[in-house]
Design a binder for this molecule. Structure first.
Ligand SMILES: Cc1cc2nc3c(=O)[nH]c(=O)nc-3n(C[C@H](O)[C@H](O)[C@H](O)COP(=O)(O)OP(=O)(O)OC[C@H]3O[C@@H](n4cnc5c(N)ncnc54)[C@H](O)[C@@H]3O)c2cc1C
Length: 397
């Protein structure tokens, strides 16, 4: 490490120690500990707001973005140091954001100067929340089947159609959408990547109620919504390329968040000892010991792959179809891990509500159920296997 990087680490550590409120250095609990920002964002505590404001004021929410776009302008090496120091001091992430993880990198790569200056700083501050409008009733795995249409009319696109499974649309300010700007027959060539203000007349966001009651999912209807032409990122017809690039970032981020949970949560071994006891210092069941060790080893491999991917992204390199391997590996591992946790806790891992279960035990069940969606969101495992087969291994159709 260069001496300037060492100096950077030193001054950074002092700054973090001074500026990270003590309550932001405690382990994250449930979703209420996540700050998503946006005009409708809520802070569970004044410290959450303070921590976000302080980090954003230094550009540390978007470490490698240029300073003029709200970032800190760090080199990839400095960004890694920041990450290490945040972990070392147990600082919570100040902001969760699809804008930071997905839209921002895409704008940096494909956006024009006006779009970058307009959209990136509010994303870095957490002032605007974005959601993703890709899926439709007839377009999920076959994303090029998108039917939502954007017709040019003077200085506007007039958008009509329906998006489905738009997570958190009801609490977001904007949606980055894949829309059809050309003929239906053009499939991949007829698509555009459009930024839609969800407060526009003609947008109707309807939350979807699931069996558990509320749900983060929405369906979003566009009824002749007028969207300024300057909200098209790239050129008409370039939407597929841009949307695919965004998916690479999405896959890497899903994998990264998954790994952060591993680090944050109680190790499997500790959980096993608590529920199953031990015999002369070790778990009695050798098969169980083996399964725990296997998950832990796989997690280390996954963490190293995630780190490699993040470094590539921070250095401005695309991940390509290898991002499918990363997402597949991370999510299958995550499901195995969640399942094993429930199994180790036995009956206590199967509570839904009521007395007899601690909050942590109730979370085991809910986290396990939530993890079933991990092999669907961001593209299903079957689709990722297809991509790996064709585009990584070069196998025939
Ligand atoms: C938690 C969660 C959050 C989500 N958030 C968003 C969001 O914010 N924005 C958004 O746009 N979308 C979102 N989605 C939607 C998600 O991207 C789609 O569910 C996913 O792409 C699959 O599409 P589908 O549901 O239409 O299933 P389908 O495409 O209909 O697939 C059904 C089944 O068929 C299989 N299949 C389909 N085609 C093939 C093939 N060629 N080869 C092999 N098997 C195949 C699939 O693997 C799957 O098992 C979210 C989904 C989940 C679960």
């Amino acid at each position: 490490m260069s001496s300037s990087d060492e100096n950077f680490r030193e001054s950074l550590r002092c700054w973090l120690e001074e500026n990270c409120p003590p309550s932001m250095r405690t382990p994250m609990g449930g979703e209420e500990d996540e700050v998503w920002g946006g005009s409708r964002g809520v802070f569970a505590s004044p410290d959450q707001r303070l921590w976000l404001e302080r980090m954003a004021s230094r550009g540390f929410t978007a470490p490698t973005w240029p300073v003029e776009y709200g970032g800190a302008g760090l080199t990839p090496a400095q960004a890694s140091i920041l990450e290490e120091e945040l972990r070392q001091l147990s600082c919570r992430p100040p902001l969760h954001s699809l804008g930071l993880w997905m839209l921002g990198p895409v704008l940096l790569r494909f956006g024009d100067e006006v779009q970058k200056r307009r959209h990136l700083p509010p994303i870095a501050r957490g002032a605007v929340r974005w959601c993703q409008g890709y899926s439709e009733p007839e377009a999920g795995s076959d994303l090029a089947g998108v039917r939502t249409r954007a017709v040019l009319d003077g200085e506007h696109y007039v958008v009509s159609g329906q998006k489905l499974w738009t997570s958190h649309a009801a609490v977001s300010d904007g949606m980055f959408c894949l829309v059809r700007t050309g003929a239906d027959s053009a499939r991949h060539e007829g698509l555009g990547f459009l930024l839609v203000d969800l407060a526009s007349p003609g947008v109707d966001v309807r939350p979807i109620r699931l069996i558990s009651g509320e749900s983060p999912f929405c369906e979003t209807f566009f009824d002749d919504v007028r969207v300024p032409v300057e909200n098209l990122v790239g050129q008409p017809g370039q939407g597929w390329k841009i949307a695919m690039s965004l998916l690479e970032y999405e896959r890497a981020w899903i994998s990264r968040l998954g790994d952060a949970d591993f680090v944050r949560e109680e190790p499997l071994e500790v959980l096993a000892r608590r529920y199953l006891g031990e015999d002369r210092g070790q778990l009695r069941d050798a098969v169980l010991r083996d399964r725990i060790a296997q998950v832990d080893m796989d997690r280390l491999c996954n963490a190293s792959a995630v780190r490699h991917a993040v470094e590539a992204m921070e250095a401005g390199r695309g991940l390509g179809p290898e991002s499918s391997a990363l997402k597949l590996q991370a999510m299958e591992l995550r499901q195995r891990w969640r399942e094993l946790k429930v199994e180790l806790a036995g009956f206590q891992g199967l509570g839904w509500e009521g007395p007899g279960f601690s909050p942590a035990e109730l979370r085991l069940t809910r986290d396990w159920l939530r993890s079933r969606a991990n092999s669907i969101e961001g593209g299903t495992s079957e689709i990722h296997l297809n991509i790996i087969a064709k585009r990584v291994l070069g196998l025939p159709d």
